[in-house]
Design a protein around this ligand. Structure first.
Ligand SMILES: [Cu+2]
Length: 330
């Protein structure tokens, strides 16, 4: 995978994402997106020649009109030509309708042994829960979706505030997340790699900064990732990190964020248990590193104006310690 253009403005990064194939419906990495792409290809290859044909006929008609007046023989041929054209159009429309129907069957085909995930959209980030019949094996992360290759994923979609839409173009089409409703979408990845999804339904001020980092791994890497995410946060190992954990739980942070294995149990913000293992911060608004993390906590409204995370007043020392601690949350 090519390195991500970390310093570009998010809108430009999103645009480029379409070109470097991490977020392109024309570079499918899964069965459902491939079925959609087949319809797209067919439409292109039918509609482009038809368009050219119609324009050619129009040009021909314009020239002919001046060349000759109309005769009975000419009228008969025109009627025959027109009838043939109507039959052709009806036939091609039937092909397009049938292909769209077949693609739809692919998108909604039953799957066996799926990975079960629940994605809840919030203004303006994604909560991602990995479901398991055994509750002790469930865990929650945010703004990243990891899936194993060659195994279907059944994703339950919910919203906690307004209507959002999940779109991971390399895996499937769009599906709305609607408050008070549960939708589901199935994705069967076929190619490992790093991809990108994006909210595709205008949902307020930071709608454009509502991206989802998508990672398709082989089965072994996925299992290892899952086992790691299920584990509680590693205990702080340096005095600064220990102080950071204390500041985190003593200030407002813990009211909104959960860190498993600590007293922090807030649920209005993303789960931070393994924050440092993510690639991005605040739903793709920033790449994740020490500098951006510090900047984000110091002034979230500067980096994502309107975000539901307030700036919590912290002394420089407190901020440093909290960042020290959060960076240990691998
Ligand atoms: Cu949204």
């Amino acid at each position: 995978m090519k390195p991500r253009p970390a310093r570009l403005a998010p809108a430009a990064a999103a645009l480029l994402a379409g070109c470097n194939r991490v977020q392109s419906a024309l570079a499918p990495a899964g069965d459902q997106a491939a079925a959609i792409e087949r319809v797209w290809d067919l439409m292109l290859w039918i509609c482009v020649p038809m368009y050219v044909l119609v324009l050619a006929a129009l040009g021909w008609a314009l020239v002919r009109r001046r060349a000759r007046g109309h005769t009975a023989e000419g009228d008969r041929r025109a009627a025959m030509g027109l009838t043939a054209f109507v039959v052709l159009v009806a036939g091609l429309l039937t092909v397009l309708t049938a292909s769209s129907y077949i693609a739809d069957r692919h998108l909604h085909a039953a799957v066996t042994d799926p990975v079960n995930v629940r994605i809840t959209a919030m203004q303006w980030w994604w909560q991602v829960e990995y479901l398991d019949p055994d509750p002790s094996k469930q865990f929650t992360t945010a703004n990243e979706l990891h899936l194993p290759v060659d195994r279907p994923a059944r994703i339950e979609l919910r919203s906690s505030d307004v209507i959002h839409s999940l779109w991971i173009p390399v895996l499937n089409g769009k599906e709305d997340l609607i408050p008070g409703r549960t939708n589901t979408i199935v994705m069967t990845p076929r190619k490992t790699g790093t991809y990108r999804g994006q909210c595709a339904e205008f949902c307020g001020l930071q709608h454009a900064n509502m991206a989802l980092d998508v990672q398709i791994d082989d089965a072994a890497a996925f299992t290892a990732w899952k086992a790691h995410q299920r584990a509680p946060a590693p205990p702080p190992s340096t005095p600064a990190a220990l102080a950071g954990l204390h500041e985190f739980t003593a200030t407002a942070c813990a009211m909104c964020h959960t860190i498993d294995g600590t007293d922090a149990g807030g649920i209005t913000g993303p789960n931070l248990t393994h924050l440092a293992s993510r690639r991005t911060l605040a739903a793709g608004a920033l790449p994740l590193n020490r500098g951006t993390l510090t900047a984000w906590i110091a002034a979230p409204q500067v980096h994502k104006p309107g975000t539901n995370m307030p700036a919590v007043p912290l002394r420089p020392r407190q901020l440093e310690d909290i960042v020290d601690y959060l960076m240990t949350l691998q």
